[in-house]
Design a protein around this ligand. Sequence first.
Ligand SMILES: [Fe+2]
Length: 212
Amino acid sequence: MAEVDKSLFKRYELPQLPYSLDALEPYISRDILDVHYNGHHKGYVTAVNKLIDRYESILKGDVTSYDIQGIVRGIVFNLNGHKLHALYWKNMAPADKNRGGPGGVLADKINKQFKSLDNFKKILLETANSLPGTGWTAVTYDSETDNLNIITIENHFMNHIAELPIVIIVDEFEHAYYLQYKNKRADYVDAWWKLINWDDAEERLRKAINRA
Ligand SMILES: [Fe+2]
C-alpha cells in the first residue's frame, strides 16, 4: 500500500502525563492509569490519526469507495476522546499537591452560586452519579450569564454545549475505574474529588472569563 502523503492536515500527538503512573494512588491505581493513558488515550490518538489518513486519501482521490459518515463520526469520537483525556489528566493532581479546595475566582463563584463548597460538591457528585451509561461530568463556564454550569457529556461528545469552556471534568467511562472500583462508580467519583487540581481549575476559569 502506498504511503499516505500527510500534507493536508497535521496529526495529533499523545501529550505527556503530568505525573507518574502511581502519583494518584491510592485513589486511582497505577494499573488503571497505565491502561487508561497508555491504552485508551493513546488509542484515541492513533485512531483519529488513521481516520485523518483516510480522509486525506479521499480528498486526494486515492480512495473512491468509502463511508464518509462513519469516518467523520469516528473523527469526532476519537478527537473528543483525545481532547477530554488531555484535559482530565491536567485537571487532576496528586492528593498532597492539589491545595485541597478552590481559591480565587473559582471559590468566589462557587460560594456565590452554590452557597458553599459542600453544596457544590453535593450537586457535582450527584450529577456525576446520575450519568446513565458512559461519559463525563463537567463544570463549564458561560460568559453570557457568568454562571458555572454542571453538565454531563454522554459518550465523548453528546450534550457538550458549544462555546462553554470546561473548568473541571471527571471521566466516567468504565475504563477509568473498573479495575479498582468494579461496579462502585460512586466510590470512584468520591475519590476523584480528592484529586481535583484546583490550580488548574482556577486557571481554566480565569482564561474563560478573560476570553469572553
Ligand atoms: Fe477515559
